[in-house]
Structures are given as structure tokens and as C-alpha cells.
Design a binder for this molecule. Structure first.
Ligand code: HEM
Length: 361
């Protein structure tokens, strides 16, 4: 359905970033919780408008957002401020949270049965045959795992996190891919050749799609190199130190929040070579991957708390790119910022979108 948006992109009625947002929102809303988002067909879809505003607020009010990150122990204060704001001005976060709460309540009353993320959370909670039915909370004093069920509040918070984490990150990645493809037409052509090779007829939806996509090496290289150049969710790659320790001579006190400097790592010439500003998908050939430190590429974070949506994002993003490039080629619009200008909020997004023109193939 999103292919129908291409004429609008060409006519300047919308940017590719907006099209991607509509696609990824409908996907996560449907696969995640059966939330009725029709943003691909309706530009003023309530869910889309509110999700977009949540993200936009983080670029407009970064101080409150950053304070929340820097002082997580004061979360009660931040929640209180938001609760006050709720009565002063409409806050899209609360609209989303209320919508989630309604969906959860309906599911619990078994008004609707679906196979999706929310249902998995609910099933694991209520499955009487499962040994570990509940969420574990580790008590760091006695190292005991206490079991309890998720409250409605926790469920709705998780759904909200999945919704926001799953929609904006994937659409922004796709926007950066499109930017790189129009400023590197040779890469775009090479990718189209690979798509034509694997999908000689059309990119029809089929169960084989998943297996075919996973064999497309160049597509994967383009995906990885884009996320090397634009690790757009780097702000959230942070950990709280639980026990005072010293790492390479630096003392880290208990409680301190440490944020990984992902952008510096991704542009480190010792790891990636001298030309780190250039877009070179071949950095990700199988041979070159093997020689690199496993933590050199961190767009999804790392360790046990790495992004849980990595595979979904990858599959969804790659499918979308295949479908789009099978039918269209793209050239930059004269409004495109080259080099691209970015703005930081919850994620790092193209400041003026990615204006380009779609040409039917
Ligand atoms: C290209 C798209 C995406 C990027 C770049 C991205 C990036 C990230 C990053 C950097 C983190 C923090 C990991 C860490 O601290 O080590 C994260 C966590 C998370 N992501 Fe994603 N993400 C993407 C797509 C998604 C999708 C599609 C979903 C939902 C299905 C999702 C759900 C989450 C959740 C729930 C967490 C928190 C995990 C935890 O704390 O245990 N993400 N993501």
C-alpha cells in the first residue's frame, strides 16, 4: 500500500520520511497490540499524529527529556511534572497510554484474541502450565528472584515503549538509507540489481520472502553501513553502575549513569579506516566483519539489554526497501541537505527530512 505514496513524494506532497513513519507505525501497531492505526491511508490518523508529537516533543523540550535520563532516581518528580502538564495542555503520551490501557483491559476480558506481542505477554502471564509464569525481579540484596505478574500499568508502559521504540527508529533508518542511495547512485543501482536477481518477477508477499531477504548480502551491507553512519538511537545506550569500580584507571561510583559514545566508536578510524565519513557498504563483507571488534558496531546497543526489536526492524526495513526499489528509482530533490543535517531528540533524525523524487522503473 505504501507504494501508492510514491507519486505524493514525487509531487512534493510528502517526504519519504513521512511515508516511512506511516508504514512503520501501522506495522508495529498491528504486530504489537492490534492498535487500529490507519496511517498509510489516512494522513490525519489520530495514532500517527500523537506518536509523531511524542517524538517531536523530545526535540522541542530536550531539557526535561534529558533530565529524566540523567536523574532516573527522580522519576517520581518527572512523572509528577508530566501529570501537571497533562491538565494544562494536551499530552500525546497520555492519549497513547490511555489507548493502551483500554486495549489491555479488553484483551484481559477476552473481548479480542490475536497473535501479537501483547498477547504473548498476557499468555505468559496466565499460562498455568508454565513453570515461570511471571516477571522476575532480582533483589540485589539476597539475589533472590521474586515472581509476580505484570500490572496493567507495567503492561501499558511496555506497549508504549514498544510502540515508540519500534516506529520512529525504523522509519528514520529507512530515511537515512534513502539519503545514502540518492547521493550514491552507484550503490542504488547495485542494490536494484541484487533485488532484480532475487525477485525477477515482483516482490510478491510470500512465506519465502523472509528466507530470500536473509540471503541478500548487499542489502544487508547497505543496512549495516547506514546504521554505522547514523546510529540514530545512541542516546539510549546507557547503563547505571551498580557497584563502584575502576575501569582503565577511571573510578566509576555506584549509581552513576554511563552513556556509550556510539558516534565516536562508529567514526573511529582505527576501527573503520580513514574514510569514515564515506558511505562504503563493503565495510560489511563477511571477511571484513570477522576482523572487527564485536562492539565496534552498536546501533542496537549491546549485551543482554540489546534492542529486542532488531530482527523485526531488519525484516520490515529490508522488505520495504526491496518493494520500493523494485518499482522506483530515486534522485535527490534540490531541497535535500547534502551533507545531511541532523537534529537530536529521543533519536537523531534528519532536520529537514529527506526530500527526493521517485521515478517509476
Ligand atoms: C532500526 C531500528 C531500531 C534501532 C536502531 C533500535 C535501537 C535500539 C537501541 C540502541 C536500544 C538500546 C539497547 C542498549 O541499551 O543496549 C534499543 C532498545 C530497545 N528497542 Fe530498539 N531499535 C530499533 C527498532 C526497534 C523495534 C522495531 C522495536 C519493537 C519491536 C524496538 C524495541 C526496543 C525495546 C523494547 C528496547 C529496550 C530493550 C531493553 O531495555 O531491554 N526497537 N533499541
Amino acid at each position: 500500500m505504501f507504494l501508492d505514496c510514491c507519486p505524493m513524494i514525487t509531487n512534493g506532497l510528502e517526504t519519504i520520511s513521512q511515508t516511512w513513519m506511516r508504514l512503520t507505525l501501522d506495522t508495529i501497531a498491528d504486530c504489537g497490540f492490534g492498535l487500529k492505526s490507519e496511517s498509510l491511508t489516512r494522513k490525519d490518523d489520530e495514532c500517527l499524529v500523537n506518536c509523531r508529537n511524542v517524538i517531536r516533543d523530545t526535540t522541542k523540550r530536550p531539557i526535561l527529556f534529558m533530565l529524566g535520563f540523567m536523574f532516573p532516581t527522580l522519576h517520581a518528580v518527572w512523572i509528577a511534572i508530566y501529570n501537571v502538564l497533562r491538565h494544562v495542555t494536551f499530552n500525546p503520551v497520555f492519549w497513547l497510554q490511555d489507548t493502551m490501557t483500554t486495549i489491555i483491559k479488553e484483551r484481559k476480558m477476552k473481548l479480542e484474541q490475536r497473535v501479537d506481542l501483547l498477547q504473548l505477554m498476557l499468555t505468559s502471564e496466565f499460562n498455568p502450565s508454565a513453570n515461570k509464569i511471571d516477571v522476575g525481579d532480582v533483589d540485589f540484596n539476597d539475589n533472590v528472584v521474586k515472581k509476580r505478574i505484570l500490572t496493567n500499568e507495567e503492561l501499558s508502559a511496555m506497549c508504549l515503549l514498544f510502540l515508540l521504540a519500534g516506529y520512529e527508529t525504523t522509519s528514520t533508518t529507512l530515511a537515512y538509507i534513502m539519503y545514502e542511495l540518492v547521493v550514491n547512485p552507484d550503490v542504488q543501482l547495485k542494490l536494484q540489481n541484487e533485488i532484480d536477481h532475487f525477485f525477477p518477477e515482483d516482490t510478491e508477499d510470500s512465506p519465502a520472502f523472509y528466507h530470500i531477504i536473509s540471503r541478500m548480502e548487499y542489502l544487508d551491507m547497505v543496512w549495516c553501513e547506514t546504521l554505522r553512519k547514523f546510529p540514530l538511537a545512541s542516546t539510549v545506550v546507557a547503563r547505571q553502575c551498580m557497584e563502584t569500580c575502576t575501569v582503565r584507571g577511571i573510578r566509576i561510583p555506584s549509581g552513576m549513569i554511563i552513556q556509550a559514545n556510539v558516534w565516536d566508536i562508529h567514526y573511529n578510524q582505527d576501527l573503520w579506516g580513514e574514510d569514515t565519513e564515506r558511505f562504503i557498504p563493503e565495510r560489511f563483507t563477511q571477511e571484513r566483519r570477522k576482523t572487527r571488534h564485536p562492539m565496534a558496531w552498536l546501533p542496537f546497543g549491546g549485551g543482554p539489554r540489546t534492542c529486542v526489536g532488531l530482527r523485526l526492524a531488519q525484516l520490515e526495513g529490508k522488505m520495504a526497501i526491496c518493494k520500493l526499489l523494485k518499482h522506483y528509482s530515486f534522485i535527490p530533490s534540490d531541497k535535500l541537505d547534502v551533507p545531511i543535517k541532523c537534529i537530536e531528540g529521543a533519536t537523531i533524525i534528519p532536520k529537514h527530512g529527506v526530500p527526493l523524487t521517485a521515478i517509476p522503473r
